[in-house]
Write a protein that binds this ligand. Structure first.
Ligand code: ATP
Ligand code: MG
Length: 559
């Protein structure tokens, strides 16, 4: 009796048929599942996968080998790769796992339209053309979809290839390694691999979604929020349950976005993508600037079903830009103020010097008059030297160097008396009042006399500059706990609260266009530095139209 006629053989056929049907059903079920996974994540994944791909591609550009490695592990094992490079269509190496190869040329790729491989000695090199997808063409408007925009070059050692698991190395559906196994099993492996790859990508996408520093919101076609990531809550202040189901436009800061919103809607519907800058509102009501990308997700019929909005807070950058513009404006104003400040005393010096050099030319002058001219020259020279000292001080402070002090024990009452006396002689239009209480005359204090004089000079000259002739300027000194408080009070134009806040900023002048009242806006900022380096503090009170009092405190300790 032949084997196939025996009773045992019937069981064998039955088992074999069951196994075959089982394998067949498994393949079918698996490929069905795989297709389901593929379909469910189709639109969502495509976008996020592109993001992941772009970040891997970017990391390759930036030489971030860790991310690059994980990308390579997707196509094989990193350890097996001798070279992985990106070449442009002319064969010039753009990025490579070996930085020394960058800019080198591999002419083999020119005109190559399909993947190809070349065996050389101990290794095999694969060339994969990279086709332009619609995603690429968003940034590369000149690339035609489906045309080849670059090539990947992958070199593996033969030894490495031998150790590779069958069909584990794929790129764009192209099988690189393994082989020699039944077609059905290859198909099964391929399906399993594909599914695993999608699952991994799904996980990767989920982790990108969860861990992204950018806020991500998935909204329905009508703009209702379906899903947000943790960064969304961090940036906007809204918890998940406060936004799910709400209209995403609740973030819109209103009027300020009018033009951008219209442009965004039009472009997203027409081209499926928009990227730009907008103003959003936090839960607290605070406006903040964002860099936003909106991608439309279409179903298999091409209809938009969802939008993915990705944004990050650029308020800090906007603020830095605003400050830069402000600094530039202040710098220009400062340059013209400095030129004016230097030119005024210089013109006077030159004018008086010209007269003093040849008085006959100007109708003759007495010796007394010539002496007065020379005094004027000296005074203006002193003013010039003061401006230059201020500029040097600011330069020093800017470069982070502290103001050097030469502290000695001095009587504050004496310093104040002298500086006030000097102003009385120089300016007879104001009333100068010294207010040092009796019994406090011996106000000894450890100070740098030259520097404290500089502070007083500036406060007194401000009091004079910003008040009408005939008004009083009061210079006072009194004990305040462990400090001496010195104050300069005037009855001048005063300041608003906003102006008071900025008065210690360098280059700040309330009315920078007013060249009739000279100044560079440096005095107060230098005064603050000097007082603080003495361990003291400075502040002011002021009322518009009524006057200003600037007071600073110095520690009373003598040593
Ligand atoms: P500089 O002191 O460099 O010659 P400045 O006097 O303009 O120039 P600051 O002393 O730093 O600069 O003062 C800054 C600004 O503060 C002044 O330009 C002025 O607008 C305002 N300010 C200062 N003191 C007074 C004051 N007593 N009354 C009104 N405004 C004042
Ligand atoms: Mg001043």
């Amino acid at each position: 009796m032949k084997f196939w006629q025996t009773r045992t053989s019937k069981y064998f056929y039955l088992i074999a048929a069951t196994v075959l049907v089982g394998v067949f059903l498994f393949i079918l079920a698996d490929s069905y599942k795989s297709r389901q996974v593929k379909q469910s994540i189709l639109s969502y994944m495509d976008n996020l996968r592109d993001m992941v791909f772009m970040s891997t591609y970017d990391s390759l550009k930036k030489g971030n080998m860790k991310l690059f490695k994980s990308h390579l592990e997707e196509v094989g094992s990193f350890a097996d790769v001798a070279e992985f490079s990106l070449l442009n269509t002319k064969g010039v190496i753009q990025y490579s796992s070996d930085p020394l190869l960058v800019k080198g040329i591999d002419a083999r790729v020119t005109g190559l339209e399909a993947p190809s491989q070349i065996a050389r000695g101990d290794s095999i090199t694969y060339y994969f053309p990279v086709e332009t997808t619609s995603y690429c063409s968003r940034c590369h408007a000149d690339w035609r979809v489906e045309s080849i925009n670059s090539y990947y070059k992958l070199t593996l050692s033969r030894k490495a290839l031998e150790t590779l698991e069958a069909n584990t190395l794929y790129y764009h559906g192209f099988t690189v390694g393994g082989g020699g196994v039944l077609i059905g099993f290859i198909y099964l492996l391929f399906t399993l691999y594909e599914r695993r790859k999608h699952e991994e990508q799904m996980q990767l996408s989920a982790s990108v979604f969860e861990n992204a520093v950018e806020a991500i919101a998935i909204t329905t076609f009508d703009g209702l929020v379906e899903k947000i990531n943790p960064a969304f809550s961090q940036i906007t202040g809204y918890a998940e349950n406060e936004v799910i189901g709400q209209d995403i436009h609740m973030l819109n800061a209103g009027e300020i976005n009018l033009n951008s919103y219209q442009e965004m809607r039009k472009q997203v519907v027409e081209q499926g993508f928009w990227s730009g800058e907008l103003w959003n509102l936090r839960k607290s009501g605070e406006q903040f600037a964002v860099r936003l990308s909106v991608t439309a997700i279409r179903n298999s019929l091409g209809r938009i079903t969802h939008y993915i909005s990705v944004f990050y807070d650029i308020s800090a950058r906007k603020e830095a830009e605003r400050l830069l513009v402000e600094m530039n404006r202040i710098k220009s104003e400062f340059i013209s103020a400095a030129a004016h400040e230097l030119r005024t005393p210089l013109s006077a010096i030159m004018g008086f010097a010209e007269i003093a050099r040849d008085p006959q030319l100007f109708g003759g002058f007495s010796e007394q008059q010539i002496k007065e001219f020379l005094d004027e020259i000296y005074d203006r020279g002193e003013a010039l030297s003061q401006i230059i000292d201020d500029l040097l001080d600011v330069g020093r402070i800017e470069s982070g160097k502290p103001i050097e002090l030469n502290k000695e024990s001095h009587s504050l009452a004496e310093i104040l008396g002298k500086v006030l006396e000097f102003h009385r002689i120089r300016d007879q239009k104001h009333q100068f009042i010294l207010d040092v209480p009796e019994g406090e005359a011996n106000t000894r204090c450890l100070v740098d006399r030259y520097r404290i004089n500089q502070v007083l000079e500036n406060l007194l000259s401000n009091a004079v500059k910003y008040s009408k002739p005939g008004t009083a300027v009061r210079l006072g000194c009194r004990r305040q706990g462990e400090c001496w408080e010195i104050s300069v009070a005037d009855q001048g134009i005063g300041m608003t609260a906003e102006q008071m806040e900025r008065v210690f900023d360098k280059f700040y002048r309330v009315d920078s266009s007013d060249t009739a009242v000279g100044g560079l806006g440096l005095g107060m900022s230098i005064a603050k530095q000097i007082v603080e380096s003495h361990g003291g503090s400075i502040g002011l009170t002021s009322a518009l139209g009524e006057g200003t009092t600037v007071a600073f405190r110095l520690p009373r300790a003598v040593s």
